[in-house]
Ligand binder design. Structure first.
Ligand SMILES: Nc1nc2ccc(CNc3ccc(C(=O)NCCCC(=O)O)cc3)cc2c(=O)[nH]1
Ligand SMILES: N[C@@H]1O[C@H](COP(=O)(O)O)[C@@H](O)[C@H]1O
Length: 203
């Protein structure tokens, strides 16, 4: 399955997906990395792995629709079948999300539906929860509300700061996201017509 990864920054989740796709048993082939910001470390990670990269700089577009249209054209150009949002920080329009319904995944650094949006770790620390984690979900128009594919629990320590918690949660993300990508790329998991998760009978 031809996979594209959309990034905006460091790309540690991208790196985990690259490692997963390298495995001979993987159903995923990462054929493209798109960043909405130039010069980010994630682009260097892709280049080092021999993966084609494109920058679609949202600052150069007059509207969200034009930005999304360009992103979609690049995805089509590379024959992409599955899209992974890995630290991608632009909200995508309904048209693009609907077109890629059941084919677009995102990793969020909390146990959704808790702590949606940006600053998930800050919300968790302020709420005083003892456990948090990460969620990989299909992308729906409503932000951070798509069908959940995979979650992993992470303990919150008394001493935690946003920084230390983010680091620990990322370790879980780097396991959960590759696993979820594999499930979708292999067809083991898909999105039903009712937008709920369907596991194929072979599981
Ligand atoms: N429609 C749809 N699109 C998304 C785009 C990115 C992400 C990744 N997680 C994200 C979740 C939230 C944000 C956010 O609120 N950023 C501040 C506003 C940035 C902007 O103006 O664009 C960004 C990415 C998830 C979604 C999603 O669940 N649904
Ligand atoms: N959406 C959030 O943004 C961060 C991206 O980190 P990286 O993959 O660029 O290192 C991750 O924590 C992810 O959950």
């Amino acid at each position: 399955t031809r996979v594209a990864v959309l990034i905006s920054g460091t790309g540690t989740n991208l790196q985990a997906l690259i490692e997963q796709a390298k495995s001979p048993s993987s159903a995923a082939e990462i054929v493209l990395v798109v960043s909405n910001r130039p010069g980010v470390l994630g682009l260097k990670r892709a280049a080092l792995a021999g993966i084609q990269t494109r920058v679609v700089d949202h600052k150069l577009y007059g509207s969200r629709a034009e930005f999304d249209g360009t992103v979609d054209r690049v995805l089509e150009e590379f024959g992409v079948e599955v899209v992974c949002l890995a630290g991608f920080m632009r909200i995508l329009s309904g048209a693009l999300v609907r077109k890629w319904n059941g084919k677009m995944l995102n990793v969020h650094p909390s146990l959704l539906p808790s702590f949606k949006g940006v600053h998930a770790h800050r919300q968790a620390l302020q709420a005083g929860v003892r456990i948090t984690g990460c969620t990989v979900h299909f992308v729906a128009e409503e932000v951070d509300a798509g069908a959940i594919i995979m979650q992993e629990v992470v303990p919150v320590l008394e001493s935690d700061t946003e920084e230390s918690l983010s680091e620990r949660v990322k370790e879980a993300e780097h396991r959960a996201f590759p696993a979820a990508m594999e499930l979708v790329a292999s067809g083991a998991v898909c999105l039903g017509d009712d937008n709920r998760i369907v596991w194929s009978h072979t599981q």
